[in-house]
Design a binder for this molecule. Structure first.
Ligand SMILES: [Zn+2]
Length: 262
């Protein structure tokens, strides 16, 4: 939606303090646990820009619509993944589901893995590796590429944070937070339908795969599209309840994924 850049001077000062703290925690953790699996090195303070991409809940929700077009558009965010890719971790706790429905942790993890895999299938050079579960929360430059559900401001559906090295233009860390103020679900697509041709009747909830696939497009370096003619693209900036069509990439999404080869 909008990319907010924290003023560099303020951010650099804040970051210096907690980077030192994080560095200490990681160093102690390394000594105690004897491993640092799934962690990416934290780039030194002053070299990293934080990009915060906020997706609002739709105003005057139109509900689910199916795909009626195959947009050929994409937009670049300005960064790329590191050539070795990223290892992500999922925090499957606190996912609010509609009353009468359940989602097990394994289903949530599978939904996230499949959403990343959609991009890796479009371009195998985009290495996005599952590193297990985590108790980390999204939104902190802590060495964990975390996907979590947490209470965000009302009106924000999901927020993706991307930290980018100012020197290399590569992603240092990325996190996605889904707002636990809203209901989420993993809709099944019935036989005879695809994600592009199906709209579930119930329950009223946001499809994890639909929103996650969009968010992870930001991780790899794609930006939002806002023209109404791009409404059927995964990177279209608006999503809605029960919508599932963003699970599958449009031609432009696929071309974008090939363009951001690390
Ligand atoms: Zn977006």
């Amino acid at each position: 939606m909008t990319t907010a850049r924290v003023p560099r001077e303020v951010f650099a000062m804040q970051r210096l303090g907690w980077l030192l703290g994080i560095g200490l925690v990681l160093a102690v953790g390394w000594l105690i646990l004897g491993c640092g699996g799934g962690r990416v090195p934290v780039t030194s303070a002053g070299d990293v820009d934080e990009h915060v991409i906020v997706h609002p809940v739709p105003e005057g929700s139109r509900g689910c619509t199916i795909s009626t077009s195959d947009p050929e558009t994409y937009a670049l965010a300005g960064w790329k993944l590191p050539s070795g890719g990223l290892t992500y971790r999922v925090n499957p706790a606190k996912v609010p589901v509609p009353r009468g429905y359940t989602l097990k942790a394994d289903q949530i993890i599978a939904a996230i893995k499949d959403s990343f895999a959609t991009w890796s299938e479009a371009n195998p050079a985009l290495k996005l590796t599952y590193g297990g579960t985590t108790r980390a929360r999204a939104g902190r430059l802590d060495g964990v590429n975390a996907i979590s559900w947490q209470r965000l401001q009302a009106g924000a559906l999901a927020v993706t944070y991307v930290w980018v090295s100012r020197i290399t233009g590569r992603v240092v860390e990325a996190d996605t937070a889904f707002n636990s103020l809203y209901l989420w679900y993993d809709f099944a697509i019935p036989d005879g339908y695809t994600a592009d041709t199906y709209c579930p009747d119930r329950p009223t909830a946001y499809d994890i795969r639909n929103i996650a696939t969009h968010e992870f497009g930001h991780w790899i370096g794609l930006a939002d599209l806002y023209n109404e003619s791009d409404k059927d693209a995964t990177m279209f900036g608006y999503g809605d309840v029960q919508e599932v069509k963003k699970r599958t990439l449009a031609t432009g999404d696929r071309e974008g994924a090939l363009t951001v080869t690390p």
